[in-house]
Design a binder for this molecule. Structure first.
Ligand code: GDP
Ligand code: GDP
Length: 437
């Protein structure tokens, strides 16, 4: 459960350069192990042990020089709504522009979260002096940095970490009911599903102020189920910004995904699985949340023999390598199978919390490893001697061996597949670490 910081500012001030400096190097490593395509505008990082996400808002809009003022205004508005801390980036080489003034005007009204003014491209002492002019924006002290050479970014990160709201104790959170998020691109049927599930019950449920942010949680307590639904419909009403653009639905997804334990990812059966669906799926995967996929509007699909199986396989091919995911075919409109969704969500949440005793793990996994050991490298043999599950939020396993550097991605995938075959982890991402014994 991290916090989100957003970088805003007009084109060419250096947002993506700063983003890369903050999360670039680390992300490259994480993604290599996960085998996931890198997102250039959203990443996780940490500073002094505090983990948070960084969003380069510019990356999601048409970031050209002739950008409409209106687009920037939307970008800033969304950042204000959806993040916990805002970095407002300006460019010392260009000086103050009208757009900078307009953005400052919007940001001066923000009272419930930290806004840090960051003067970029301060590459030398001359520019350090020139940065003084930005006091005029009325945002108080600024941070002078050079995203290019890194100077000043350490102080900036210190201030970011101090400025983030306090997080709820993870252990306390572990005891509470699972938090379910319904996500998907616009018009797939998210509100229809929430309404179908909650129905009239909605006005007797207790809205509870969010934990890490003010997301609206609705307690769902019906048909033997008990959990929180993150009310995306409620969130949406707050901001009146149009949702057609991918950027907005991605930004909103990030926030609800980070707040959740299990995500219900909805697709539109008439459209099939599209790039934007995969983007959201990857966000869920990278946040190590549980996931259930719903192919909604199934009532609109002409059914022949095998349609369902074909459809399922087509989706799984796109999800690979993480394809051990429940896929349900539903209709929020006719309510067909929507109650099965709840059973799947509960099952996935149990899988996320599953803890395999070390002795069982070793009894099961070591013989499988012996039967199919990692390939030898330069006549050296890798011997995996011990495996244990780590006490993390989502399942992760450490395999101890003599030569960890020789265990490559395909073999890690083999280990993950075996774990999935032997134990039930459907719907949850698994992490594999190879360590020196
Ligand atoms: P964005 O449009 O806000 O994402 O800006 P970019 O990160 O793409 O940067 C725009 C240009 O400014 C690029 O040519 C960068 O190399 C350059 N730039 C970014 N940061 C710095 C910096 O700290 N100093 C200097 N001199 N140039 C920078
Ligand atoms: P959201 O933007 O994801 O919240 O989507 P909505 O719940 O607002 O639904 C978008 C449109 O799809 C609305 O016109 C719904 O009535 C329609 N819709 C939602 N679910 C279904 C379904 O299962 N079948 C059909 N035929 N239409 C649906």
């Amino acid at each position: 459960m991290g916090n989100i910081i957003a970088i805003v500012g007009r084109p060419n001030v250096g947002k993506s350069t700063l983003f890369n400096r903050l999360v670039g190097a680390r992300e490259a490593i994480v993604d290599e192990t996960a085998g996931v395509t890198r997102d250039r505008h959203y990443g996780k990082t940490d500073w002094n042990g505090r983990e948070f996400s960084v969003i380069d808002t510019g990356g999601y809009i048409n970031d050209s020089d002739d950008i409409f003022e209106e687009e920037i205004r939307k970008q800033v508005k969304l950042a204000i709504e959806e993040s916990d801390l805002i970095l407002f980036l300006v460019d010392v080489a260009e000086g103050i522009t009208d757009t900078d003034r307009e953005v400052s005007h919007m940001l001066r009204k923000v009272t419930n979260k930290k806004v840090l003014l960051v003067v970029n491209k301060v590459d030398n002492t001359q520019r350090y002096m020139e940065a003084n002019e930005f006091y005029e924006l009325g945002l108080g002290n600024y941070f002078a940095i050079s995203s290019m050479n890194g100077s000043g970014t350490g102080d900036l990160l210190d201030a970011v970490v101090t400025g983030l709201p306090a997080l709820v104790n993870e252990e306390e959170e572990e005891d509470t009911l699972p938090k379910i998020a319904i996500v998907g691109k616009p018009n797939v049927g998210k509100s229809s599903l929430a309404n179908a599930l909650l129905g009239e019950e909605r006005n007797i449920v207790t809205p509870i102020a969010g934990t890490t942010r003010d997301a609206i949680l609705t307690r769902y307590n019906k048909f033997g189920h008990d959990f929180y639904l993150i009310d995306t419909a409620g969130l949406r009403k707050k901001g009146k910004v149009t949702e057609d653009l991918e950027f907005y639905s991605v930004l909103r997804s990030i926030r609800v995904i980070e707040n959740s334990d299990v995500c219900v990812l909805m697709l539109d059966a008439t459209l099939g699985i599209e790039a934007q669906d995969i983007n959201i799926f990857n966000l869920i995967y990278r946040n190590r949340k549980g996931v259930v996929i719903l192919v909604n509007k199934w009532d609109l699909v002409e059914k022949e023999n095998k349609t369902l199986e074909d459809y399922k396989e087509a989706i799984q091919r796109r999800l690979a390598p993480f394809k051990d995911v429940p896929i349900l075919f539903v209709s929020a409109l006719t309510k067909q199978r929507i109650y099965n969704v709840l059973d799947e969500v509960v099952r996935v949440n149990e899988n996320r919390r599953r803890r395999i005793p070390t002795s069982t793990l070793n009894d099961v996994m070591l013989p499988l490893i012996e039967a199919y050991p990692p390939p030898s490298v330069k006549d050296k043999f890798v011997r995996i001697k011990f495996v244990t599950q780590l006490p993390t939020y989502a399942p992760s396993f450490a395999f101890f061996c003599n030569l960890p550097q020789y265990v490559k991605e395909p073999y890690k995938r083999f280990l993950e597949n075996k774990l999935r075959e032997q134990f039930e982890f459907t719907g949850v991402p698994i992490q594999i670490f190879i360590r020196q014994k």
